[in-house]
Design a protein around this ligand. Structure first.
Ligand SMILES: *Cc1c(COP(=O)(O)O)cnc(C)c1O
Length: 391
């Protein structure tokens, strides 16, 4: 065999079945081969185990899917190239023209834009309420056949809490599927409710290090089969190298989460006592409008804290620019702390009434708490708040 042939037919490395690597290997390959056409055809027809083409399935991505399904407490998972790919894949594969989707003013902005724009173009209608409008939710579901209720809890950035029990009961009474984008709360939360589909951005807490993007759809087998058919065709399955990085991040998911949540709780309490801060949004605070409900629904309250500065846009700018340990950057959930001032949070494409419902003001600031020393972070926040008061 000449070198130029050998490079494409490398020597086999056999890993015996009873000799497992402790870290799942990266199957960085697009194609998988069997010894014969017959076995290839059998695998293709689903008559035997095996892989064929990585756009359809890959063992590394599959490992991540199985892990995430189990952590969220559902049958199966589809891992995709970003959280947005999970959102769009789920929306496109579960709806058809003429159907109706119930979503919320507080819904993650790109999701809202997909529902308003792309789904709208394909003839899917929607109603948008506030996530706290329980009576309105029940009224809409009773009044109109609805395919999906799409929601988040806590919401971004003001950490509103959905009454998940009430929403799922109303949805199921009227034949609607519930989809919970559980990115903020995490895989260890909300599994006890009758949620049909969970969606996650793996870019956030799952990978945890801000170095890889991914998304996941988690549901019972029947729904995953339906969605896998379409999402494979949409072509956004997670790359095996990215799947490996997310899996590496997942090894420290619970440890990171615990540290970040503990730090966020202390920071929320600090902000709550500070005179320059008008209002703190953190479900773990007794002053949060739905603190009792959050306590009932969640194991912990997350590591996103938002608050309102008295001084509006200029105060938000001075505050963000003064911080040393918080980068002004999008995204959240990573090991490093981040800040997003109102200038970057202002909702677009909403009516004045909806903007009022969103409760995002000129002085709103969102913090994503990382794993730095909490005393350092509080000192940094204190210095920035003093600067705001001086200005
Ligand atoms: C970030 C985010 C997404 C989108 O995830 P990407 O990985 O950035 O595409 C979806 N939903 C929520 C709640 C998010 O925070």
């Amino acid at each position: 065999m000449k070198g130029r042939t050998r490079v494409n037919h490398p020597p086999d490395v056999i890993v015996p079945a009873d000799n497992r690597p402790l870290v799942a290997p990266i199957h960085q390959t697009v194609k998988f081969a069997f010894e014969s056409l017959e076995e290839t055809m059998r695998a293709y027809r689903g008559e035997r185990e095996g892989y064929y083409y990585t756009r359809q399935a890959n063992p590394t991505s599959r490992q991540l899917e199985k892990l995430l399904a189990e952590l969220q407490g559902r049958d199966d998972c589809i891992a995709l190239g970003s959280g947005a790919a999970a959102v769009s894949g789920c929306l496109l594969s579960l709806t058809r023209a003429g159907e109706h989707v119930l979503c919320f003013v507080e819904t993650y902005a790109p999701t809202r834009q997909l529902i308003q724009g792309l789904l709208g173009r394909f003839g899917v209608e929607h109603t948008m309420l506030s996530i706290e409008d329980d009576a309105g939710i029940e009224r809409v579901l009773a009044g109109r056949p609805t395919r999906l209720v799409w929601f988040e809890s806590p919401t971004n950035p003001v950490t509103r809490i959905a009454d998940i029990g009430r929403i799922t009961r109303a949805a199921h009474a009227h034949g609607a599927l519930t989809v919970l984008d559980n990115t903020f709360a995490g895989f260890h939360n909300h599994g006890q409710y009758g949620i049909d589909v969970f969606v996650h951005s793996l870019t956030k807490y799952a990978s945890g290090h801000g170095d890889v993007m991914g998304g996941a759809i988690i549901a019972r087998d029947e729904l995953i089969r339906l969605m896998r058919r379409d999402t494979v065709l949409l072509g956004a399955l997670l790359d095996p190298h990215a799947a490996f990085l997310v899996m590496r991040g997942m090894k420290t998911y619970y440890l990171r989460h615990e540290a970040q949540v503990a730090s966020a709780a202390r920071i929320a309490a600090f902000l709550n006592d500070h005179p320059a801060v008008a209002q703190v949004n953190y479900p773990g605070l007794a002053s949060h409008a739905r603190h009792a409900l959050a306590r009932e629904q969640m194991h912990d309250f997350g590591s996103v804290v938002s608050f309102d500065l008295e001084g509006g846009l200029e105060a938000a700018r001075v505050f963000s620019d003064t911080l040393e340990f918080f980068a002004i950057a999008p995204s959240l959930g990573s090991v490093e702390s981040l800040v997003m001032p109102a200038q970057l949070l202002k909702p677009r494409g909403l009516t004045a009434e909806q903007v009022a419902i969103s409760a995002i003001t000129d002085g709103t600031v969102r913090l994503s708490i990382g794993i730095e020393d909490t005393d350092d972070l509080i000192e940094d926040l204190d210095a920035a708040l003093s600067r705001v008061s001086e200005a």
